[in-house]
Write a protein that binds this ligand. Sequence first.
Ligand code: FDA
Length: 528
Amino acid sequence: MKLPVSLFVFALLYSFLLATSAHTHENFLQCLTLHSGNDSISKVIYTPSNSSYSSVLESSIRNPRFSTPSTPKPLVIITPLGVSQIQEILSCAQKHGMQVRVRSGGHDYEGLSYVSPVPFVILDMINLRNISVDVENSFAWVQSGATLGELYYEIAEQSKTLGFPAGLCPTIGVGGHFSGGGYGTILRKYGLAADHVIDAHLIDVKGRFLDRKSMGEDLFWAIRGGGGASFGVIVAWKIKLVPVPSTVTVFTVNKNLEQNATKLLHRWQYVADKFDKDLFIRVLLTGVNSSQEGKKTVQAAFNSLYLGGKDKLLPLMQESFPELGLVSEDCKEMSWIQSILYFAGFPTGQSLDVLLNRTLTVPSYKAKSDYVKNPIPESGLEGIWQRLYEKEAAELAGLILTPYGGKMSEISESAIPFPHRAGNIYKIQYLVYWSEEGTAATESHVSWIRRLYAYMAPYVSKSPREAYINYRDLDIGTNNEGNTSYRQASIWGTKYFKNNFKRLVHVKTVFDPTNFFRNEQSIPPLSH
Ligand code: FDA
């Protein structure tokens, strides 16, 4: 049989690449064992020939879309036990041309912490998750491999009146979350997790172990919201804890279209960012079956946390959002830590131990984000409803609207790289899930969410159309592997960071001029 020339060249190239990567990875492993001497690094190295390789790889893959037989797999996974092992990994990876992907909680929406198009190693922070809370001085040190659940648990063990303004899902890793901003139910009162980082430990491309003082204010600025993976390996964060009252109140009021959901949501847009800072009301929109046989409707779930008792909440709601018709029976009073469980979807009375569970099983998904600066007219909302009735949205799809305002508007756009501050009424997260396997199912669901995103263009922020880095979305632009240009990166970079993108590029150019720490959406140094 005669192979066409192009196929022959491709086959040759492919076998060459395979041989080179096998060679690279053997040299890399040799380098590690050589450097570590009597060190225990061999116990935390997993190659495909190791029986635990698959379970370690899958342990924190949070989007099964990136766990298929055709997904590129790491040549090696290493779960370092300390700083010196991270330094060895970085040094050997540079010597032998291995790309490193750092993984803390594995929640990256596009799987960038555990997938790469080139031969790569995963540096998994799972063994570095110490947390020490200093109640007297209201701060904590938390290592990047800890989850938010572990952090919240530890804070609650030590104090009933301290909390932390980070995300809603307890399995999220501190490493990726803080470096991309990180918001939760108390963002209107306190801002983001990254706004509360007061020191950090990082290992840079030269293997130096740096703290805030030794890294300097530019790099310290960049890692608080500039996205993980561009500047080094963040080992630990020092965070300022915030006061929370001993009693908070939660409620979820569901309204469908027959119960005036469109008008209520329209009204919500005028008040959500102006409420008292202690009040957070987000809205979850999904298509559901109507009570009328064979018909569909949209459900708007008004899902709220109030930092105080219901005696204060009810008059406040009467004054600022009476249309919702909140009554005492809708409200549940609890401690702040119980509200963490409530928003994570656990039933009332569940033991706090669930916060220590690192497993999360969800179907494949695709997400996107937008910022809204002017209320969307009712006719615009009705166009969303039509899309929620389409067949791709049938399993689970929806929008989560998170109100801004309050403290979020008081912090300057350049205080940290996260720029979405004053002027934003709310952020939208679009989500679609599917359980069906195969590329056809993936394509149809991804296409559905892209159509919805295209429909939303007139109603959301423009020039740039802003997006949240922690809701990673490769649709908005990517770098070229091996040839990252400033111009190409600024397409996605200005959406995530607006004017802060330029300063991030400057910091990158100083601290990682060879672009060792890179992925499809990492900050490029200027020479590239
Ligand atoms: P992961 O380990 O995948 O890392 C994400 C990125 O950071 C990768 O590029 C990785 O290489 C890099 N990185 C990780 N650790 C690093 C380290 N130590 N040093 C340097 N770089 C590092 N967000 C939010 O703000 N509020 C919320 O409520 C939620 N809720 C939520 C729920 C669910 C189910 C998911 C899947 C995600 C969210 N998110 C969120 C988004 C979440 O904040 C975002 O995905 C974070 O980047 C996840 O951090 P992980 O460490 O888990 O991810």
